[in-house]
Design a binder for this molecule. Structure first.
Ligand code: PLP
Length: 469
């Protein structure tokens, strides 16, 4: 494809995306498909000769779009949001067009330096502790996901707790990891990948608001110490996946200090809320964290993948992960004056992901980001009021952000049926979880195009569905 052909078809693709966004509301939020239906619409083999680009574009409408759950749809309320936005897509496009590898500072200095500066900006926007700043001992890096952030935090914790022995000899002691029963499964996965083993992960009990109980954490640490294990890592969550519970960081942080354990804070979804000063109470105690992450790709208008991960001491992570083969040696690395982000992550190669974040921060500004978060939170709070006003329903957990967990009073069966029936209409999409062993519906507000009227229409749909059953 020549640059001129690219210009031509590129304009068509941008038009296609703009039309997709403009017409989303008219589409069913999720498809009604049987497994294999989309694959059956594709030829058995790749084409022998190149095709007309018009045919490829036509297949976006014929094959792909009917097979999508539309995460940017204004009535998408499932899981947590996976926002994207115009500036994010354009930043990704430019990054793809440049096609640079930012594994070392020297392989594209701008890719490294923009990332460092943008993560410092973002740390300021969230009012994170100064020790996460690259101007001190800390610094931020973009990981693909909160799961990867949890993995590298776990590895750094092992490096620290073993005094570096883990790097040479692997996991030779019984190390333990602590997180709440409500924490995301990625914490257990990270411990497994790190060789710690499922049986050394302690799922600490939670209180009535589903937040980790510091007394239970302390008891678990004591019991493990007595049994000869070495506590390596505590992972606290701000905004748990099921209900957005907030673990009490001030108490947990003090315990981690006392026991000399690495504290990683997983704020994958709710970290974005900290751009709003009135929601920063949720981050009280974050100054105790050795590492912290959140996903701009969830709730901060930046397309997947983009996890922002900070450390208080970047040198520990670099020592944990660095391996320097001859073919990567260069003067800048040897000067010690530059960041080589390959040492901050599992893969070697990395694309210029900071570009989309830079575009997003510059297009929206702090004010625009706050407005987005506030609109989502306000809509979710209104939804909770509507649920509370209908005595057939109950709200089952605190809802400090933009997720509401609710259910029909009574047994699980009608709730499961209700969710299936609502989603089958294609007019809204919600997901479920279990809270205290009971089946619960989750409504998460986050798509940039969602307005209060969409939540109101969804609530009416839910009520009408119950009325007809
Ligand atoms: N942590 C929490 C609290 C989450 O809610 C999620 C996903 O929803 C994750 C981690 C995993 O996120 P990612 O897909 O970025 O790995």
């Amino acid at each position: 494809m020549t640059p001129e052909e690219f210009r031509h078809y590129g304009h068509e693709v941008v038009d296609w995306i703009a039309d997709y966004w403009a017409n989303l509301e008219a589409l069913p939020v999720s498809p009604d498909l049987r497994p294999g239906e989309i694959a059956a619409r594709l030829p058995e083999r790749a084409p022998e000769t190149g095709e007309d680009f018009a045919a490829v574009l036509a297949d976006l409408d014929r094959v792909i779009t009917p097979g999508l759950t539309h995460w940017q749809h204004p009535a998408f309320f499932g899981y947590f949001p996976a926002n994207t936005s115009g500036p994010s897509v354009l930043g990704d496009l430019v990054s793809a067009g440049m096609g640079v590898q930012g594994m070392l500072w020297s392989t594209s200095p701008a890719a490294t330096e923009v990332e460092t500066v943008v993560l410092d900006w973002l740390a300021d926007l969230l009012d994170l502790p100064a020790r996460f700043h690259s101007t001190g001992t800390g610094g931020g890096v973009i990981q693909d996901s909160a799961s990867s952030a949890a993995l590298v935090a776990t590895l750094a914790a092992l490096h620290r707790v073993s005094g570096g022995a883990w790097r040479r000899s692997g996991v030779r002691e019984r190390y333990t990891v602590y997180t709440s029963t409500q924490a995301h499964s990625s914490i257990e996965k990270a411990a497994r990948l790190a060789g710690i083993g499922d049986e050394n992960v302690r799922l600490v009990e939670v209180d009535q608001d589903f937040a980790m109980r510091p007394d239970a954490l302390r008891a678990a640490l004591d019991a493990d110490r007595v049994s000869g294990a070495t506590p390596a890592l505590v992972v606290a969550t701000i905004g748990t996946t099921s209900t957005t519970a907030i673990d009490p960081l001030p108490a947990i942080g003090k315990i981690c200090q006392e026991y000399g354990v690495w504290l990683h804070v997983d704020a994958a979804y709710a970290g974005a809320a900290a751009v709003c000063p009135e929601l920063r109470w949720s981050h009280a105690g974050v100054e105790y964290a050795d590492s912290y992450c959140f996903d701009p790709h969830k709730w901060l208008l930046t397309g997947f993948d983009c996890d922002a991960f900070w450390l208080a001491d970047r040198a520990e992570l670099v020592q944990t992960l660095t391996v320097l083969p001859e073919f990567l040696r260069n003067a800048a690395t040897e000067s010690g004056e530059v960041i080589d982000y390959r040492d901050w992550q599992v893969p070697l190669g990395r694309r210029f992901r900071a570009l989309k974040l830079w575009f997003v921060l510059r297009w929206y500004g702090a004010e625009g980001l706050r407005a987005h978060i506030r609109r989502c939170v306000a809509t979710a709070q209104r939804f909770a009021e509507w649920v509370r006003a209908d005595e057939r329903f109950e709200v089952v957990a605190p809802h400090p952000f933009s997720l509401v967990c609710f259910r029909l009073r009574g047994s699980d069966g009608p709730n499961e049926k209700l969710l299936r029936a609502v989603n089958a209409t294609g007019r809204a999409f919600l997901t479920h979880t279990k809270v205290d062993g009971r089946y619960v519906l989750r409504l998460a507000v986050g798509a940039p195009s969602t307005e209060e009227r969409h939540a109101a229409a969804t609530w009416k749909l839910i009520q009408a569905t119950v009325d007809t059953e």
